[in-house]
Design a protein around this ligand. Sequence first.
Ligand SMILES: NC(=O)c1ccc[n+]([C@@H]2O[C@H](COP(=O)([O-])OP(=O)(O)OC[C@H]3O[C@@H](n4cnc5c(N)ncnc54)[C@H](OP(=O)(O)O)[C@@H]3O)[C@@H](O)[C@H]2O)c1
Length: 298
Amino acid sequence: MPMVTLHMGNYRTIPYTKLKRVTLFFCSSSAQVSNKLPSFIEMIGERKVVCVTGASGFIASWLVKLLLQRGYTVHATVRSLGDPKKTQHLLAFDGAQERLSLFEANLAEEGSFESAVNGCQCAQLLEPAVKGALNVLKSVAKVPSLKRVVLTSSIAAVIFGVKPPEFGAVVDETWFSDPETCEKQELWYVLSKTLAENAAAEFCKKNGLELVVINPGFVIGPILQPTLNFTSEGFISLIETGKEVFPDGIYRLVDVRDVANAHILAFENPEANGRYIMVADVTHSTDHEDRKPKLSCS
Ligand SMILES: NC(=O)c1ccc[n+]([C@@H]2O[C@H](COP(=O)([O-])OP(=O)(O)OC[C@H]3O[C@@H](n4cnc5c(N)ncnc54)[C@H](OP(=O)(O)O)[C@@H]3O)[C@@H](O)[C@H]2O)c1
């Protein structure tokens, strides 16, 4: 994954809890809150099948765990079924034996998601570059039961407009990053997230699919997979060595469990639509210095 580079500037994002109804479940910040709620499955008494792509990753592993906990049947895709580092932690989750099926699929290979999305009601796309997103969506469009897609985009696809945000500007879901600006500034990760979100929105509109987009800030929290992902590595390095992930030192943080739960609510709540920015706390890296002893110990 390329380096995430964020724009210099002072502005603030609205905490996601204030934006839209679906996110109100997250007011007190972690997974435990919504685990107490009856799941969609309990409410309607039906067996629901959800496909999660890139399932062994940081966010997706939490998503798979919480979906299983809430009674869903999960079709999880990984690139290599032969790699225990990508599968063992998923297979160890409660409910996995009964309700988790693993599929091998690669975003670069056309049609490779067809068996994974078959029979599903919702597809959660966690690692979509443009071609990969369209590849999965083409398979999704062939499955009549599949009406809703939840796409993991990023705050990166929100805040890089033509002009830098003014000091104190409030960022909301009506903001879109500008591909030309991203290209000029060589912000390749930002560009890929922006183009993937645009392409998915266009495809879903044309094909009558409901699309809900989650735009998280910098995701932190407990890691379920045995390897470090890019952002966790960056954050640990910041704590240990002071090496910045972002040139401006501004971090828009959100808990991984909240991000995973937002994906579930984006499916369960019929009124969920459009984009949901997820930022719980905006801090500067100098603030993390104060937390260093606590963070290092945990
Ligand atoms: N972490 C953050 O701070 C953050 C913030 C905003 C948005 N996001 C977005 O959230 C999504 C997940 O992030 P993450 O931090 O959880 O990432 P991660 O831990 O690096 O996981 C990414 C997953 O994507 C899969 N993948 C990569 N290339 C693939 C391909 N060609 N075909 C199929 N699968 C492929 C990998 O699967 P295998 O393991 O099977 O190879 C990996 O499990 C990404 O779209 C990211 O841009 C992340």
